[in-house]
Design a binder for this molecule. Sequence first.
Ligand code: GDG
Length: 505
Amino acid sequence: MSSDLVIVYHRQPYEEVEEHGKTVFRENKSPNGIVPTLKSFFGRVDHGAWIAWKLAEDVKNPGFEQRIEMNDVYGKYTVSRLPLTSEQVREFYHVTSKEAFWPILHAFKERYNYDPVDWQNFRDVNRAFAEAAAAEAALGAVVWVHDYNLWLVPGYLRQMRPDLRIAFYHHTPFPSADMFNVLPWRREIIESLLAADIVGFHIPRYAANFVSVARSLLDVTEVARAKVPDQWINEGTGLTERSVTERLEHNGREVQVSVAPVGVDVDFIEERAASKETARLGADIAAELGDARLILSVGRTDYTKGGVEQLQSFERILEAHPDLHGKLRLMHVSVSANRGMEVYAAVQDEIEQTAGRINGRFGKLGWQPVSLMSNAVPFDQLIAYYQQAAVAWITPLADGMNLVCKEFIASRTDGKGVLVLSEFAGAAVQLSAAVLTNPYSHRSMDHAILAALEMSDTDVRARMEALREAVARDDIGAWGDWHRIAFEDVAHAPAPRDQASRLSA
Ligand code: GDG
């Protein structure tokens, strides 16, 4: 059965496990991601489809059903599993996407590794995703493609199926032309993105960067521009833009450049935060902390997340402030999502060495300044840590959005806790009540964490109230609603010029 909505996302929308010799599909253990929100779109259409890859030794004989039909609380949908060999996955995901694209997207030119890229393989894999999507899509269907590892999918799809409405969403930052144009495949990528009807980003700056890159490479015309809403103007971050292009024209077609920041499921987090289980876990943590105050840091093991720089700041603080010894505990959760990749193993080593050095230099019987967790913490436990933390210390060097800081805020139903946030996380644009810091500056980093620790109760509460308002306003539901409206618009859009300006509305 063909589908009115096709979601193209590299991961499958469930966990596939063996139980008593049978394969069963379970909801993802970590329910806090965007996958449930994406699946909720299937409830609004007659039939949906999800395209993802699945490892196979032989793609012609994968040894699993390529198409499976799901019927769950989200509705009826097909999951089309594209068989890829481990070599194809390594080349397209670990090499091209992670070694060449990822550093450029996050403005780390010096880490960009072009030499091992097999561009033809990247094209082939993207074309295979596009073919799988084209095979599922009904006439005029919406196809929603996610993230930079599928950059070429819109271009191929447009050639295969001119009738489709194509939307593309970036979860990462989008860099300026000086940075993006380091990629030798820049024109091919931008041409593909301009074949979509909607190209989406977390914040206005990334949209503005995309437009400047497009202008640098191709003839594009700005069709509509809008003022950025006041709640996304934050003087404390270098990521703020005041107005942004809403629509572009290229080759006689209009493309919507959209801004919709991903949020968290506030209701779900608040429900977990109020559970007996979380309260019990929280009491254990409080007992273990005793009189010490908890500083919490959570992020994937990745050089973009700034884990090493943060530990170095903690070391400087302990060196300069012996009065704080014994009074602080830093819990650093750093979980590797790409084990086996050299670059992440090196980051993990450096984190472990720095934490070990801090504990060796300052620790004493009964007080270990840093606790390092390299394995994923169950989500209820994570919420309990969020609730017990005096400070959440989230200081990526660059981050598309950062959902950890929003989860922390959603968990603080008690109105307490301070957020110290990097001004280079997309979330900083929305969270002006955080203590913002520049992770490239020692002085700014050290000052921010000390300011957070010294903040008065009144100030803590006032800031948390403002943060909670911002996170509730732009929650995951708002992100979903934004897209639902945008898809309806493009589905009925013979004349996109007549659309009302959404940003300025
Ligand atoms: C990309 C962009 C953008 C982490 N450790 C544990 C754990 N987590 C969960 C967090 C959070 C998620 O992982 C991380 O989300 P982020 O947004 O911080 O980061 P990325 O993985 O880099 O995601 C990012 C995002 O896409 C969405 O568009 O915000 O900028 O890079 O949900 O809670 N969860 C559990 N245990 C852990 O130890 N259960």
